[in-house]
Structure formats: C-alpha cells, structure tokens
Design a protein around this ligand. Structure first.
Ligand SMILES: Cc1ncc(COP(=O)(O)O)c(C=O)c1O
Length: 380
C-alpha cells in the first residue's frame, strides 16, 4: 500500500443551475439507490458509523455509470433538440424525442461499465452505439455490452489506447463521443458525465436528512480516471460546505493514475496492464476535467493491493451489499488505511476518531462481472 497525505486548497465553485437528479427522477425505472450501515465494519475500524451507498442497480444496470452516460447524452443533445417533455417520462417519449438524430452513433471507450451504460442509453433514445475496449476486459463484460445492442471493438492495447481509438472514431460524421474521461480540461462531455454521478451524492444528502442525523466526516471513493471521485469531492466541498467531509481516493496499486498525478502535482501516465482484481479501475491517465477538483479537494490518496479489495468484498457482503473488488475499493481503502502500518498518521491527518462517521460507495454489483449466461442461469 502507498499513502499520500496532502493539504487541500480553496475550491473554485462553478455555478450550474442544472440538477441531473431532477432529470434522473423523471426517467422510467428511477429508484433511489439504498444507503445502508455496516455496523460490524465500523466496529472493526473503531469508528462510530460506516455508511455504504449501494450503487449496484441503476435502471436495471449493475453500476452507477448510467447516471453519467444518461445525463451527458441528454444534456448534449438538448442543445440541438430542445428539452424533453415536462413531467414523468415514458420509454416512447425518450425514443420519439431523438427522432431528428436517429442516424447518430454514440461512441465510448470503457473497461466495462461505462460502455454498457452508453449502449443502454443509446437504446433508450433509439440510437446506435460503438464501444471500444482494451484487450484485458473479460468475455462476460464484452457479452454484456453486446447484449445492449452495441457494436464492440476490442483494441490491442490498454484502456488509454481504447480512449484514443474512440476519439479517432468520433471524428466520423454522425457520431457523438460520450467519454467519461477528458484529455483536455475544457472537454464538456466528461464534465457532464461526472455531473450525472452527483445524483448518487445528492440522494445521500436527502437520505441522511430524512434520518435527522446527517454528519459525515470522511468519504472514501474509488477511482479509475477520477470522475466519480471528482463528483464526490464536489459534493463534499460545495454541497456540504461547512460540514465538509474529508475525501480519500482509492485505486489499485496496479493502475494508480490519480495517486501519481496528485503526487506529481500534474497528470502523469502510469502503466495499467489489466492485472488487478479491481478490473474496471485500471486506467493509465487521470481525467483532466477531474484533476483540478481532486488536486484541490482530496486529503488522502491510497494505492492498494488486491487483497484489501477482497477483504472489503467480504465485509460489505456482511451488511447485505453484494459487490466485487472494484465496487468495494473505497471500503478497501478505509480498511487498509485504518488497519495498515500508517493507521495512526492517517487517522490524525483525516481527523478520524472513535466518533467518526465514514461513507463509501459500493459502485457496482458483483453481477457486473458475471456473464449474461451466468445471470440467466442464476435467475432461472
Ligand atoms: C464500478 C466502478 N467503480 C468506480 C469506477 C471509477 O470511476 P471513474 O473512472 O470515474 O474514476 C468505475 C469506472 O469505470 C467503475 O466501473
């Protein structure tokens, strides 16, 4: 395990009146994702509470990623097509709204979940999807994307090579790149994707407010390119303002691009060969639209070995959340931080005491990595 403890700096606030949550609530099949407590894990970590936001089922897909893909696609096409009708939406309304751009193909690169989400969103709007994947992605994840009706292209290379291929492909006419990672700090779509993820955090705000007890001291978020962590950081610092939790970012030691960027003070590429159990967190370059947010708002970055993630999978199963190593990586970071050799320094830096309340996001279902035929068999 490697640990980077750093100061935070004043955050720049971007005014935006759009609330992706209002859009997500109107979509067919919307349900608030659950937040549960993990009392046994809290006891083991020596803190008051651990909350787990379970992003294991969104609109029938096994991860949070569709929040970003749906908002980015809608907000981009809205400039051309105007807004969707008011009120609760039907599947027919989504399909009919996109009629003027029927020949469009949504293009994306992915380790698995984002591509599947883009493919699903393309189906909602009656569009096509072409998804670029690195060679290491499992057959099960590829099958799942194909089952959403997308064309799949496997790239001979790592995740970053598939991002390059998607950017190249999106130069073709009648394509729209729905990328969850940015090669320039001004890229709009990846910012919209991350804005879509804020729905999960705004729901947490509502869910905790309903209990009348909404203090959170630390949020630990796993990162691939850093989009989810940037959404969590924005929530922690802007939505919560003076009750702002400290932010920890967690990555596999096999592909720690956020860690490396924060350590260097600038984005630097890292190797991401695809050999971690935290399969969908293996990205070689931090998203440039996430970097500044993470640089100013993250207090601690961790690069952890797979064994911590496997421990966290078992801990989260105890409280009824069935996730895999990528989905459990935030919790794994907390376990590694608070039971590893640097525990005392990290506690002091993060202000963690026996009274502390910690939050993690279980970002995918254990079924996300299972094959379609496995899921059919389990369901039968
Ligand atoms: C399940 C899961 N968790 C976390 C992440 C990390 O998100 P980001 O790439 O925005 O850092 C991903 C990215 O694909 C993911 O699929």
């Amino acid at each position: 395990m490697r640990v980077l403890m750093k100061p935070t700096t004043e955050a720049s606030v971007k005014a935006n009146s759009d609330r992706p949550l209002d859009f997500h609530r109107r979509l067919p099949g919307y349900e608030e994702s659950p937040i549960v407590e993990a009392p046994e894990l809290a006891r083991k970590l020596g803190v008051a509470k651990v909350y787990v936001k379970s992003e294991t089922a969104r609109y029938g897909l096994p991860s949070f990623k569709v929040l970003g893909a749906s908002w980015a696609t809608y907000a981009t096409l809205r400039d051309q097509l105007g807004p969707l009708p008011e009120g609760q939406l039907t599947a027919e309304q989504l399909y009919d709204w996109a009629e003027p751009v029927r020949s469009l193909t949504l293009v994306a690169a992915t380790d698995g979940n984002h591509g599947r989400a883009v493919a699903r969103v393309a189906q909602w709007f009656g569009l096509k999807a072409r998804i670029f994947l690195p060679g290491f992605v499992s057959d099960a994840r590829i099958e799942a994307i194909e089952a959403e009706g997308a064309e799949v292209r496997i790239i001979d290379g790592d995740y970053d090579a598939s991002v390059d291929a998607s950017i190249e492909d999106a130069k073709n006419p009648d394509t729209l790149l729905i990328s969850d990672t940015a090669r320039a700090a001004t890229d709009v779509v990846p910012q919209l994707v991350a804005a879509g993820y804020t729905t999960a955090f705004i729901e947490i705000e509502d869910q905790l407010a309903r209990t009348g007890d909404d203090a959170i001291d630390v949020v630990a978020v796993q990162a691939g390119v850093g989009g989810l962590a940037s959404a969590g950081t924005n929530w922690a610092r802007h939505t919560r303002k003076d009750r702002s939790p400290k932010v920890m970012v967690v990555e596999p030691e096999a592909a720690p691009c956020v860690f490396a960027a924060l350590a260097a003070g600038e984005p630097v590429p890292v190797s991401a060969k695809g050999d971690s159990e935290m399969a969908v967190l293996q990205c070689g370059t931090v998203s440039l639209t996430a970097f500044d947010i993470l640089q100013s708002g993250v207090s601690c970055a961790l690069a952890i070995e797979d064994e911590w993630a496997l421990k966290a999978v078992a801990e989260l199963a105890e409280c009824g959340v069935s996730t895999g190593p990528s989905g459990a990586a935030g919790a794994a970071g907390l376990i590694a931080a608070l039971s590893g050799p640097m525990a005392e320094q990290i506690k002091q830096h993060m202000g963690i005491t026996s009274e502390s309340r910690l939050l993690v996001v279980a970002s995918e279902s254990s079924a996300a990595g299972a094959s379609v035929s496995d899921i059919d068999r389990i369901a039968a």
